[in-house]
Design a protein around this ligand. Structure first.
Ligand code: RUQ
Ligand code: CUA
Length: 624
C-alpha cells in the first residue's frame, strides 16, 4: 500500500488520526469533506455546472456538489450521440466548420441575476457566439463569423438584462475580412474591435449590433458593469507593444498594457446618431470621433482576466506577469474622467491616469489570471504559476492595510495544478451564491489513473463558506475546459418532451395513416413516424441518383422517450427527442440494401425497431 492510499484507508477509519499522520495536507480529505459533496443515489445536486469543452466544441453539464457529469451539449462540433450535425437543421447551423473552441459560457440575466433562460458561449477559433436554450439544453443558434473579428476570445459577457452579449477580437487583422496587408504593416494596417451583439428579449435571437474600433491590441477577456458601473463594459489587452512575431517576448515588454472601459450606452447612442462607418455590414464606431465611448486604463502586466464585483464598484484585473491583482475603483475612474486626468492619448482615445483609478494592488502571488466574488466582500484569484487560489478582502481598506495589502489576503489554497479560470456561482451577478468555488486546472499530472500522454484536466471543488477555503473534491474533465457558470437548479424547469401543439414542421406525421412517400422526379420526400417500437413506413425502395428527404416524427408524448434513426453505410444519424420532427437529406449513390434502425434503447422490442432501404441501380426501380 502506498503512503497515499494508506492515508485514504485511514481516512475511512478516523479522520483526526489521518490529519496528524499525514500532516493535514489537502490530499488527506477527512470524511466530513466527503459528506459535503456526497449526493446519495436517487438524490439530485443543488446546482448545475456548465463548463466549456474548449476545442472539443461542446459544453458539459455536471452537478454541484457531487461533480457528477450529467450531459454533454454539442455546440460547434458534430456529435453522433445527439445526432447533432447529422440532420439538415443542425448541419445548416454548423455550416462547413466541424470544430470550434468554446472558452467562456455566460448565463442570461434579468435585473442583474441569472434568469435561467439561455447560455451563451463563444468560439475563440471562428469568431462565433452560440446560444443554448436551457428549456431543452440544445444549441439553438450559432451567430457568425462575426464581421471584422478574428478569435472572439473576449466573449461572452452578458449585460444586466441581456441587452447585449459582448466580445472582443483576440487577433487583430486588416479590415474588412478578406483584406490583405503585410505583417510588416501590423501597427497601421491591422485593427481590433470590441463587438456588441444584440439579444432579442423574447426569443434570444442574436444579431450583430455595433463595434468599436481599436488599435491592433490583442483583446483578452471582458466583463460587464452593474450597479454604478451599469452601462459599461471592461476588457483587457495583452499586446500594447503591437508585436506581431514571438509574442511571448514581443508582447511582454511594457510594464502595463491597456484595459478598455467602454460606455456601451454612449456607443448605442452614437450608432443611433449615425456616428459610425459601416464596415462589412456592421456599424463601426471610431472612438476618437465619439468622445466618451471608450477610455484606456493601463493595467499591469500582460493582463488576462478583468472581473467586476457584485456591487459594481470594484474591478479586478489579473496581470500574468505581475504578482498582484489590481483593484480599480469605478468611482475614481469616473472622477478621473471628469477631471480629465489623462496621461496620454492612443489613436485619439484618452488614457486615464492609472494611479488615479487604482485602489490598490493586492500581492496575491505569481501568475494571477481570473477573479471571482462571493458576495460577502471577498475576491478569489487563480494564480497559474503558484498553483493556488488566493482569497482577499475587497475595499474599503484602512490606511494601514493600504500600506501593506498582504493584510487583506485572507487565505491561499493549493490547487493541482496550474489553474486557469475559477468559478463561483453568480459571481458576475449582483447576488453570488458564495458557497462553492470550482478551480479549473490545466495540468492534472499525477492526479487521475494514468491514461498515456493525453490526460484530462482537473476541476477541484472548494468550499468557501468559511473564513478559510476547504478543498472537498476533485473531478476529472476531458480537455479543455476554460470557464464555467454555476446555476441554481431550481431556477430552471427543463421540458421532458415537445408538445405536439408546438411542432411546426411542415412534414410532421403523427399517425400511421398519414405516413407518406412522395416522388417528384428523382427527389423523394418520406414522411415517417417513429413510435415504440416501429418506423412507418419501414421498407422503402429507391434508385441510384435519388435525393431523399426523410422527415421523421417521434410521436411520443412521454418524458425523455427518444428514438434514433441510424442508416447503415451512410452518414445519417438523426436523434429524435419526444414530439419533434427532424429532416435528413441523403443522395443515394450506390445500389444495395441498407438497413436502418433505432439507435436509442427505447423499449423491450427496441431491437425490432428497424427497416430497410433498397437502392436499385438507376432505371431499375420497380413500378416506376
Ligand atoms: S482564458 S485561463 Cu480563454 Cu478564459 Cu483564461
Ligand atoms: Cu426506438 Cu429503439
Amino acid at each position: 500500500m502506498t503512503m497515499h492510499r494508506f492515508c485514504h484507508f485511514l481516512t475511512a477509519m478516523t479522520a483526526t488520526i489521518v490529519l496528524a499522520a499525514c500532516g493535514g495536507g489537502q490530499d488527506a480529505a477527512p470524511a466530513s469533506h466527503a459528506e459535503r459533496t456526497y449526493v446519495a443515489p436517487g438524490e439530485m445536486d443543488e446546482y448545475y455546472l456548465f463548463y466549456s469543452g474548449g476545442h472539443g466544441g461542446d459544453v458539459r453539464v455536471a452537478g454541484i456538489p457531487s461533480m457528477r457529469h450529467i450531459k454533454t451539449i454539442p455546440v460547434f462540433n458534430p456529435n453522433a450521440a445527439y445526432g447533432y450535425g447529422y440532420d439538415d437543421q443542425t448541419r445548416a447551423m454548423l455550416g462547413d466548420l466541424t470544430w470550434g473552441d468554446v472558452h467562456h459560457p455566460a448565463l442570461s440575466k434579468t435585473d442583474g441575476v441569472y434568469d435561467g433562460r439561455w447560455l451563451f458561449v463563444n468560439d475563440n477559433a471562428h469568431n462565433r457566439v452560440a446560444r443554448i436554450d436551457l428549456r431543452d439544453f440544445k444549441t439553438k443558434q450559432i451567430l457568425g463569423p462575426i464581421p471584422n473579428t478574428a478569435g472572439n476570445h473576449g466573449a461572452s459577457s452578458v449585460t444586466d438584462n441581456t441587452e447585449y452579449v459582448f466580445g472582443a477580437s483576440r487577433f487583430a487583422t486588416p479590415l474588412p475580412r478578406g483584406t490583405v496587408a503585410s505583417l510588416d504593416d501590423y501597427a497601421d494596417e491591422y485593427h481590433g474591435v470590441v463587438t456588441a451583439i444584440r439579444v432579442d428579449p423574447e426569443t434570444g435571437e442574436m444579431s450583430p449590433a455595433w463595434q468599436v474600433l481599436t488599435p491592433a491590441f490583442q483583446w483578452d477577456l471582458s466583463s460587464t458593469g452593474k450597479g454604478p458601473s451599469h452601462g459599461w463594459f471592461f476588457v483587457t489587452s495583452y499586446n500594447s507593444e503591437l508585436a506581431h512575431t514571438r509574442l511571448e517576448i514581443g508582447a511582454s515588454q511594457r510594464e502595463r498594457d491597456y484595459s478598455a472601459f467602454v460606455n456601451w450606452q454612449r456607443a448605442a447612442e452614437a450608432v443611433e446618431n449615425g456616428d459610425f462607418e459601416r464596415i462589412d455590414g456592421i456599424p463601426v464606431i471610431d472612438p476618437a470621433r465619439v468622445p466618451g465611448v471608450m477610455y484606456y486604463v493601463p493595467l499591469a502586466k500582460s493582463p488576462h482576466g478583468i472581473d467586476v464585483d457584485p456591487t459594481g464598484q470594484w474591478i479586478v484585473g489579473g496581470g500574468k506577469l505581475e504578482p498582484s491583482a489590481t483593484v480599480f475603483s469605478f468611482e475614481k475612474f469616473l472622477a478621473a474622467v471628469k477631471n480629465q486626468d489623462f496621461v496620454e492619448e492612443v489613436r485619439g482615445v484618452p488614457v486615464v491616469n492609472p494611479d488615479a483609478v487604482t485602489e490598490g494592488m493586492v500581492p496575491v502571488g505569481l501568475g494571477p489570471l481570473h477573479t471571482q466574488f462571493d458576495g460577502r466582500g471577498n475576491a478569489y484569484t487563480t494564480m497559474f504559476i503558484d498553483s493556488k487560489v488566493a482569497k482577499f478582502r475587497l475595499p474599503p481598506w484602512t490606511d494601514q492595510e493600504k500600506a501593506d495589502l498582504e493584510q487583506v489576503v485572507i487565505d491561499r489554497i493549493d490547487v493541482h495544478t496550474n489553474p486557469g479560470h475559477l468559478v463561483v456561482g453568480g459571481s458576475d451577478t449582483r447576488a453570488p451564491y458564495g458557497d462553492w468555488l470550482v478551480s479549473m486546472n490545466k495540468d492534472a499530472s499525477g492526479r487521475p489513473l494514468p491514461t498515456g500522454p493525453q490526460i484530462p484536466e482537473t476541476s477541484q471543488l472548494i468550499d468557501i463558506t468559511g473564513e478559510r477555503m476547504t478543498m472537498v473534491y476533485e473531478s476529472f474533465t476531458d480537455k479543455e475546459p476554460h470557464f464555467a457558470q454555476i446555476l441554481r437548479a431550481d431556477l430552471i424547469q427543463p421540458i421532458g418532451f415537445y408538445r405536439r401543439a408546438e411542432n411546426n414542421h411542415p412534414h410532421q406525421v403523427w399517425s400511421e395513416d398519414d405516413a407518406f412517400v412522395r416522388r417528384n422526379g428523382n427527389v423523394v420526400d418520406v414522411g415517417m413516424r417513429a413510435l415504440r417500437s416501429n418506423f412507418v413506413p419501414d421498407n422503402l425502395e429507391f434508385q441510384v441518383g435519388d435525393t431523399v428527404h426523410f422527415h421523421i416524427t417521434n410521436v411520443e408524448q412521454t418524458n425523455a422517450m427518444s428514438h434514433g434513426f441510424g442508416l447503415s453505410g451512410h452518414n445519417v444519424m438523426v436523434d429524435l427527442s419526444a414530439g419533434e420532427t427532424r429532416t435528413v437529406t441523403v443522395t443515394l449513390d450506390r445500389p444495395g440494401v441498407y438497413p436502418f434502425y433505432c439507435t436509442v434503447f427505447c423499449s423491450a422490442l427496441h431491437q425490432e425497431m428497424q427497416g430497410y432501404i433498397v437502392v436499385y441501380p438507376r432505371g431499375q426501380l420497380p413500378n416506376n
